[in-house]
Design a protein around this ligand. Structure first.
Ligand code: ATP
Length: 354
């Protein structure tokens, strides 16, 4: 088990900066997600922590020891990649044993350790099968077995479930999380899937264009996004943004949206200029007594809820409401926003006002 800390880590590839100066700490035993869109620098960050790429500047600590310039082989860690290449000429037992044998472990000890790992992963009955004919799930378990058999300090996983279909992916993600909870080893996991990150992670780092936008527990990232990018990337449908020219005086607690005065969550002193009003679809309530109104332009049925899209004086807005509410296209409806759930952003740089 290990604590991993990165401090002001930066990576350049020639003139291109893939990761801007980044700092965060992964606590011992955490299941930690590196989340962001394609090209944001999450794989590069993982590779630097693992020792596959060396940082251009900054420090990486594993259990307090600075390892930034050390190769992967000196970091006592294990990888699980998306393309889990197994050795095709060996059976399952051979594949899982390989890391132990190459360390020179005695065969009786290897046998015992491999059988323990097979038991944890539920693959005891296929230990002597060739890997060629295995299902995708069993191949993934064998790849995991090969990673965990050495009992490393930390696991690094780069989109390990990326190649699987949706149903199986969900099953494997539950298995992986349960395996982590049993073994308790620090795990760093790269994904571009916000739902996977929210479901599996103890903590999440959200990256965009090589920059750490936010770092925290899933609920804080969802409820208190630090930037417009995070608010949009997390949640489906994402947070609504309504742009307006705002002015909130010293001690102000209201914003004027069109001609309607709305309360804001807390006192935001002196904010002015172009502001963006952010509200999640589930925090919009339909209420005909509300002064702020929108016209329904579409409804999307999702089982217990429906997503209603409104045209408002400040742009399009989506609300998630119960499916049994009868809503017709073209109808004008009053919209109410719970002030505790509103986030205001500076429209120019996208930072949340707190
Ligand atoms: P993806 O999910 O698509 O892998 P990512 O968030 O993991 O995306 P990275 O693989 O870390 O992103 O890449 C970040 C940026 O750095 C990308 O623009 C990529 O093209 C660039 N990059 C990565 N590796 C190299 C390299 N060896 N040489 C040059 N540029 C690179």
């Amino acid at each position: 088990m290990a604590q991993i800390r990165i401090e002001n880590v930066r990576k350049e590839f020639g003139p291109f900066t893939a990761v801007q100066s980044s700092s965060f700490t992964i606590e011992d035993g955490e299941f930690f997600m590196l989340l962001g869109p394609s090209g944001c620098g999450k794989t590069t960050t993982l590779r630097m922590m693992a020792g596959l790429d060396l940082p251009t500047s900054g420090q990486i600590y594993i259990d307090g020891e600075e390892v930034g310039q050390k190769p992967a082989s000196q970091r006592d860690i294990a990888f699980v990649f998306q393309m889990f290449a197994l050795y095709p000429h060996m059976n399952v037992r051979g594949n899982i044993s390989y890391p132990l044998k190459s360390q020179g472990m005695k065969s009786s000890a290897v046998k015992k350790q491999v059988e323990e790992v097979a038991e944890i992963l539920g693959i005891t009955d296929i230990l002597d099968r060739p890997v060629g004919g295995l299902s995708g799930g069993d191949r993934q378990r064998v790849a995991l077995g090969r990673a965990i058999v050495r009992d490393p300090k930390a696991f690094f996983m780069d989109e390990p479930l990326g190649a699987l279909d949706a149903e199986f992916r969900e099953h494997m993600s539950e298995e992986l999380r349960a395996l982590h909870d049993r073994m308790g080893a620090t795990t760093v996991y790269v994904t571009h899937d916000q739902l996977e990150a929210m479901q599996m992670g103890d903590k999440i780092v959200v990256m965009n264009h090589g920059v750490v936008e936010q770092f925290g527990v899933p609920q804080d990232i969802y409820d208190w996004p630090a930037t417009k990018f995070v608010a949009q990337f997390i949640g489906s449908p994402p947070m609504n943004f309504l742009d307006f020219d705002g002015m909130i005086g010293t001690g102000g607690t209201e914003v004027r949206l069109n001609d309607v005065i709305l309360p804001v969550p807390k006192s935001i002193e002196g904010a002015n200029g172009k502001l963006t009003f952010g509200i999640r679809p589930e925090h919009v309530t339909l209420d005909d007594s509300a002064a702020y109104r929108g016209r329904v332009i579409a409804t999307e049925y999702l089982g217990t809820t429906q997503i209603v899209t409104f045209d408002t004086p400040n742009g399009l807005l989506k609300a998630r409401v119960a499916s049994h509410e009868v809503i017709n296209t073209g109808q004008a409806i009053g919209l109410r926003f719970d002030p505790r759930t509103i986030t205001l952003f500076d429209a120019t740089h996208g930072g949340a006002l707190r």
